[in-house]
Design a protein around this ligand. Structure first.
Ligand SMILES: Cc1cc2nc3c(=O)[nH]c(=O)nc-3n(C[C@H](O)[C@H](O)[C@H](O)COP(=O)(O)O)c2cc1C
Length: 209
């Protein structure tokens, strides 16, 4: 597999093929690509609402600047950041480390204190920005892995976060939406797939020292 060819193959799909469906195996690969995303301290200050229900996706179209691919793709992934990044959140994570690595939580106290200090030293806005940035790393991973397994996608910021948060009752989970991704297969009629990719010239992009 030539990964660069895969990255050239991918593009932000405008129109999906409604007749093709992602296999269960590929769906699981996509989910794991998000789950395995690295995050600062490993705190994963994000979760994903994975929406296959077409009716629900249809209700979100008007709040997505009428981009109907939200309903016409196979899956809509709503990447959300955590809103309650407090000491209890860190303690939960520490417990999880203890469970997975079989370490008594008392031995992880200094690690926990360090994380709590970092989070508590941030303003609410800084914490929010930090969590949002982590969520975008998950977005990148998902897009790359999708391309590698020939699944099409469109990352989207063209949606009304407030409306998504309300409809999906994200408050209930202590989440807010950050960015969404539609997943499925490109339509043969989508002319965007034939556009040449526009990126900065390598010489104007890298600063080689
Ligand atoms: C964070 C982000 C938000 C985007 N929002 C939208 C969107 O709402 N609708 C859309 O059609 N494309 C959206 N795009 C797609 C970009 O326009 C596209 O990735 C960019 O023009 C580069 O083209 P390519 O992805 O086809 O290579 C978004 C891309 C990113 C990374």
């Amino acid at each position: 597999m030539d990964i660069i060819e895969k990255l050239k193959w991918r593009y932000a799909v405008k129109e999906f093929n409604t007749n093709r469906h992602i296999t269960v195996n590929h769906e699981q690969t996509l989910r794991e690509s998000i789950l395995l995303t690295p995050s600062s301290y490993g705190l994963q200050p994000y979760r994903v609402v994975w929406i296959k229900d077409e009716e629900l996706r249809k209700t979100l179209v008007p709040h997505s600047f009428n981009q109907d691919k939200v309903a016409k793709s196979n899956i809509l992934a709503v990447i959300c950041s955590e809103t309650k990044l407090d000491d209890a959140y860190v303690d939960n994570y520490i417990e999880r480390i203890g469970e997975v690595r079989n370490i008594p939580v008392e031995e992880l106290k200094s690690v926990a204190d360090n994380m709590k200090r970092t989070l508590n030293n941030m303003s609410a806005q800084a914490r929010r920005n930090w969590a949002g940035r982590q969520a975008y790393i998950a977005l990148g991973n998902l897009l790359t892995v999708a391309a590698v397994i020939n699944i099409d996608a469109c990352p989207m910021e063209g949606f009304v976060k407030k409306e998504y948060d309300k409809i999906l009752e994200l408050d209930k989970y202590g989440l807010r939406s950050e960015v969404i991704v539609t997943l499925g297969f490109r339509s043969a009629n989508d002319r965007y797939q034939f556009n040449a990719k526009v990126r900065k010239k390598e010489s104007a992009f890298f600063i080689d020292l």
